[in-house]
Design a protein around this ligand. Structure first.
Ligand code: TXA
Ligand code: MG
Length: 319
């Protein structure tokens, strides 16, 4: 393992790309201070340059070098949730280039909670810019196999850290406004943020500026169409679409009724389990050639909010 980490550090130092496991999803990493390497990430992902990247660091102490000033809630959130599935948006220092931030005056920072990622970040010392290791707009990878299948030879090295424990991306909290706001729900629940901050936390950007691709309508999308319904509607909707001639799969917990003729992809009843298995299930259904995934939303508690966000974006009209 030590040898692999040394190799990965070498790749980063040479300006190459390393796919790394995190507790949320796999990331496509490059030296955040190497502009060419960062541009290469955008090319491989086919991602518009205006969509900024998250800089991953080994600890809150490392994170501070990337911030010009520390917002009031920074320490409390970092202490409560790092390492972990929380990304904090702060005013950037000179270290954060336009290539990483998409020209914005802010930078997104995160300390991931995965032993391999932490070992790599510690050994590398600097920041690793890493979006999810998928092509722009597609489903994020939660195993090393997903990364290899999607990006193949475009990545210099894939670190295999097993399946991701959380399964959906980090919660992004913007700390540069008058109050903290959730830009993207994710692995840290809104309830936990409220508990630590001792105040309500609003969801959504302050203003109309759509900077995060996770905030565009269509995102996290499989090849198959996605139709989101209530648990009570699922049976009839799945049956109707199948009768219309589509190959339909029902993605839902066991407690939800599914017609016998429709393929059922069982999901855990609890939101955390649903989140963990969601992207793998969507990839599997794509591989099996289904035309339409009909799915019922879990309720919004805990990770349910992130699952709802991803499913609604997967279901949005594609461009
Ligand atoms: O869990 C995660 O966050 C994963 C793992 C690899 O850490 N990463 C991830 O990266 O989901 P990506 O690039 O797929 O999504 C990062 C999101 C994007 O929506 C991006 O626009 C937003 O973070 N973002 C990055 N910098 C930002 C900034 N300065 N202000 C607002 N949003 C920002
Ligand atoms: Mg992504």
């Amino acid at each position: 393992m030590e040898q692999l980490i040394t190799e990965a550090v070498g790749v980063l130092k040479r300006g190459g790309l390393v796919a790394l496991p995190t507790e949320t999803v796999y990331g496509l990493g490059a030296d955040a201070e190497n502009e060419l390497a960062v541009r290469h990430i955008f090319a491989v992902k086919r991602r518009p340059a205006s969509h900024p990247l998250i800089v991953h660091v080994a600890s809150a102490r490392h994170a501070k070098a990337w911030a010009r000033e520390l917002p009031v809630h920074f320490d409390a959130l970092a202490r409560a949730f790092w390492p972990g599935p929380l990304t904090l948006v702060v005013w950037r220092s000179d270290r954060a280039s336009d290539a990483v931030t998409g020209g914005q005056d802010t930078v997104a920072l995160r300390v991931p909670d995965h032993p391999l990622a932490l070992e790599l970040l510690e050994a590398f010392g600097g920041g690793v810019a890493a979006p999810s290791a998928n092509r722009f707009g597609r489903v994020s990878p939660t195993t090393a196999e997903h990364v290899r299948a999607e990006l193949g030879a475009d990545v210099d090295l894939v670190l295999d850290g097993g399946p991701c424990a959380v399964g959906v991306e980090s919660t992004i909290v913007d700390l540069t406004g008058a109050e903290p706001r959730i830009l993207r729900p994710g692995g840290v629940s809104r309830e936990d943020l409220v508990r630590v901050l001792g105040r309500p936390v609003r969801l959504g950007a302050d203003g109309a500026d759509v900077r995060a691709p996770g905030m565009l309508a269509s995102h996290y999308a499989p090849r198959a169409g996605v139709l989101v319904v209530t648990p009570a509607q699922l049976y009839a909707e799945a049956e109707r679409r199948q009768t219309e001639g589509l190959r339909v799969a029902a993605l839902a917990p066991r407690s939800v009724a599914v017609p016998a003729a429709v393929h059922r992809a069982d999901m855990p009843e609890d939101a955390a389990g649903f989140a963990r298995e969601l992207y793998g299930a969507l990839r599997r259904l794509d591989a099996e050639g289904f035309d339409l995934v009909v799915t019922a939303l879990p309720d919004e508690h805990g990770l349910g909010l992130a699952v709802k966000d991803r499913l609604l974006k997967a279901a949005a009209p594609r461009t």
